[in-house]
Write a protein that binds this ligand. Structure first.
Ligand code: MN
Ligand code: MN
Length: 364
């Protein structure tokens, strides 16, 4: 059994859980290596304290599951089968006492919960998510190698974007070029909808790109990432098209100093909240505190946002193998915004920055 399944099974043993029913694509992938998004159809990984695990998936995906390296049982169901019935029959054969069941409470729909209850009268239903978040938070060597490559592709995406900037080009023009060049490098999917924002629109941390054209004096903000072998990257860079004003320069230099202070504070044992505070303090001292409206970052891995949440009140100590973003920003309405975001890895002694696109203010 792989290390991840082994650790999870051990937790089931400790908690006296009869079995775990894992149904989210990211957690099934993490534990089994099989990546599948079957939409409304059921994908389930059953993990037991002492039995071999089993994947339940649509019949048409059984071969893919085998190719992904899954060496245990597979139950494929057709569109006319009832997957819950197949699961119930499988469990009956194992003849296990079913008392406590673990599920992903934020993922399992009420409809599925009712199905579960119709077939098994478990006395209690626990949440498996906290344990899985903890396991996923510490990346192994294989995951780190993929995350490094994903970060390098994000660097390349920004490089293409910056090279593409020209007066009159629209945000969506630039996005199309970035994604076209990444596809030529084998990137099938972005980790979220690529963001290119220009001018005053940069003041919205979650702005929506459209046909707005780039003009002299605009900040242009890129926020993008790729999915590589199931793992996400996430980078933000802001550049200036034409000569920046004194205020634009001040905002940029403040965000850069804040971002560097947060990176400098990141090491094993440092408290997550202290990383946020390191950046926030710099921004507050420069008088822009009320314009930094979000946490300093988020964990990164199979999902674009995972643990640890890099917010000011998180008391968790950082540990070797954690991967997260550091992305302070200043957003001044009707002026514009700057965000600088890197992906970082906590090493045994400090921090390794995975994204490497230059950060000094680029003036085009
Ligand atoms: Mn981002
Ligand atoms: Mn991010």
């Amino acid at each position: 059994m792989n290390q991840r399944l082994h650790s999870f099974s051990q937790w089931l043993q400790e908690q006296h859980i009869s079995f775990a029913l894992i149904t989210s694509t990211p957690n099934v992938f993490y534990l089994s290596g099989f990546y599948s998004d079957p939409h409304e159809r059921l994908l389930a990984l059953l993990v037991f304290p002492n039995e071999e695990p089993v994947i339940v998936c649509p019949q048409m995906e059984v071969e893919q599951a085998k190719h992904s390296g899954w060496a245990y049982s597979l139950i494929g169901y057709s569109d006319t089968d009832h997957p819950w019935e197949l699961i119930a029959n499988y469990l009956k054969k194992l003849a296990l006492p079913i008392e406590k069941v673990a599920v992903e409470k934020s993922h399992l729909s009420l409809e599925r919960y009712e199905q579960l209850h119709a077939y098994f009268t478990a006395r209690s239903v626990l949440n498996a998510e906290e344990k899985l978040r903890q396991l996923r938070m510490i990346k192994d060597e294989k995951e780190i190698a993929i995350l490094r490559q994903a970060a390098a592709l994000a660097d390349f995406g920004v490089e293409v974007g910056v090279q593409t900037i020209a007066e009159g080009k629209t945000e969506l023009d630039i996005i199309a070029t970035i994604e076209h060049e990444l596809k030529k490098k084998g990137v099938r999917e972005m980790s979220f909808a690529t963001m290119v924002l220009t001018g005053e629109k940069t003041a919205a941390p979650h702005g929506v790109p459209d046909l707005t054209a780039i003009q002299q004096g605009d900040f242009v903000l890129f926020d993008l990432g790729v999915v590589l072998d199931g793992y996400c990257s996430d980078i933000t860079r802001t550049v200036c098209f034409g000569k920046p004003t004194e205020e634009q320069k001040r905002i940029y230099e403040t965000v850069l100093a804040a971002q560097q202070a947060a990176i400098a504070a990141a090491k094993p044992g440092a408290i997550v909240g202290a990383i946020d505070k390191a950046a926030r303090q710099m921004i507050e001292e420069a008088g822009y505190g009320s314009y930094f409206t979000h946490r300093v970052g988020h964990g990164l891995g199979i999902e674009i946002h995972e643990y640890p949440s890099m917010n000011a009140t998180n008391p968790m100590p950082l540990a070797q193998g954690m991967v997260f973003t550091i992305e302070p920003g200043i957003y001044v309405p009707s002026v514009g915004g700057v965000r600088i975001e890197d992906d970082v890895l906590i090493t045994d002694t400090g921090v390794e920055v995975l994204t490497n696109y230059p950060k000094e203010l680029i003036i085009l």
